[in-house]
Write a protein that binds this ligand. Structure first.
Ligand code: NDP
Ligand code: MG
Length: 385
């Protein structure tokens, strides 16, 4: 394999830093060509000094002078602002983008990369939730792969290798159930941010950790799976598997089920996406079948965790409904993280926004952008932000 130049969008996040660990462990295979952050100038500078990228982008323009000065003695070019993310994504200076920005903000740079024909390692699931039809269509036109980084989707992707056109009967997305598995609304109503931020199996960014606690994450992942693997609503099933050892499964037309397993560690799907189609050696801990332990499975409680039911509804309706769901959810999660609303209020915000914003069955890209803006404004008005 020749050295692959990676443009790491969201390099200072949980996925971004773990991706840099993978790159650091495999300097012959990968280099960090582009690094981007939103506000964390300190970490971005540190990463740039270690990895010597061609370009860094800091989203927050106020931080530009700090980053520029710190890297003045290096050959790294420094840009700032939202537009710069798109412009840099459109440059033909890298081989693969790792899309690891969180939320809707990741959509435009990722689309720019697809439009110039760059393969994508996709962590940012919101991109597919908002505009999955346009993303997948454009990627197909440009003949570039979208390789999932999300552990469940990486598992499905791995199960499908070698299956050619064999028909998928359904996919079974596993869910850990999050920190509040088995809890009921009378408990959830009092949940505070610090508790919700403690995930039993994974250490992740704040937004996805809250989404995991509300099960919205699994709903977003159902929609993500629909687009990645060209599935219908009925072909995606969620099963709660609290140990997070089976990362997901595919059931084929003959009833045979393939699963991908391993200890929960995001470095594995990150490394798989960067190195695909190759598998490369690592020293990550291995799952040990000799150790006592049980793998269990149960139905998700969609009556308590209504966000999952709302996401399923949005997926069924299609059009701009998942975009509305996503925008309202981003507003609700950030309000919860600022202690502005309670845990169960997040669901109310999403539900009311879905009921209010006009439904469009076949939106254009521009209409997705408008929907996102309208849904955010309405959701924020419910919270009095
Ligand atoms: P983090 O919050 O840890 O990191 C987000 C990254 O995006 C940071 O580099 C951050 O910069 C940057 N960023 C934040 N806001 C903006 C913005 N408005 N514009 C540009 N850049 C921005 O998130 P995670 O790494 O946890 O998640 C990233 C994506 O990957 C999400 O979509 C998530 O759903 C998905 N994912 C994550 C998993 C995980 O284990 N963490 C697992 C599966 C999927 P700064 O540091 O400066 O704020
Ligand atoms: Mg996941």
């Amino acid at each position: 394999m020749s050295q692959k130049r990676i443009a790491l969008f969201g390099s200072t996040g949980s996925i971004g830093t773990q991706a840099l660990d993978v790159i650091a462990a495999n300097p012959d295979l990968f280099s960090a060509e582009v690094l981007t952050a939103q506000t964390n100038d300190t970490l971005l500078i540190k990463q740039a000094l270690q990895f010597n990228p061609n370009i860094v982008v800091i989203g927050d323009e106020k931080k530009y002078p700090i980053v520029k000065e710190a890297l003045a003695h290096t050959h790294t070019k420094v840009f700032a602002g939202e537009k710069a993310l798109e412009e840099v994504a459109s440059l033909d200076c890298y081989d693969m983008m790792l899309a690891a920005i969180v939320g809707y903000a990741g959509l435009k740079p990722t689309l720019c990369a697809i439009e110039i024909g760059k393969p994508i390692a996709l962590a940012n699931k919101e991109t597919l939730v908002v505009a999955g039809d346009i993303i997948m269509r454009t990627a197909a036109e440009k003949r570039i792969p979208i390789i999932p980084v999300d552990s469940e989707h990486s598992a499905i992707f791995q199960c499908l290798v070698g299956e050619g056109r064999n028909r998928i009967e359904k996919i079974i997305l596993t869910a850990s159930g999050g920190p509040f598995l088995g809890k009921k609304p009378n408990f959830l109503v009092n949940v505070k941010k610090d508790h919700a931020l403690q995930h039993p199996n994974w250490t992740m960014g704040a937004k996805i950790t809250i989404d995991s606690a509300t099960l919205m994450n699994k709903g977003l992942e159902m929609i993500e799976a629909k687009w990645l693997f060209n599935l219908t609503y009925d072909q995606v099933q969620v099963v709660v598997h609290p140990q997070s050892i089976i990362h997901s499964m595919v059931q084929f037309t003959d009833g045979s089920i393939k699963a991908q397993m391993g200890l929960p560690d995001m470095k594995l799907p990150i490394q798989y996406a960067l190195a695909f189609p190759n598998r490369i050696h690592n020293d990550f801990p291995r799952y040990d079948f000799k150790k006592p332990g049980t793998l269990t499975f149960e139905e998700p409680d969609t009556k308590t965790f209504r966000n999952l039911a709302l996401a399923m509804e949005a997926m069924k309706q299609g059009g701009n409904m998942p975009c509305i769901l996503n925008a309202a959810n981003e507003i609700a999660v950030y309000a919860f993280l600022r202690n502005r609303i309670g845990f169960l209020d997040m669901t109310e915000v999403v539900e009311q926004t879905m009921a209010r914003i006009p439904f469009l069955p076949e939106p254009t890209l521009e209409e997705y952008f408008e929907t996102d803006g309208e849904a955010r404004n309405f959701a924020a008005s419910l919270i009095h932000m």
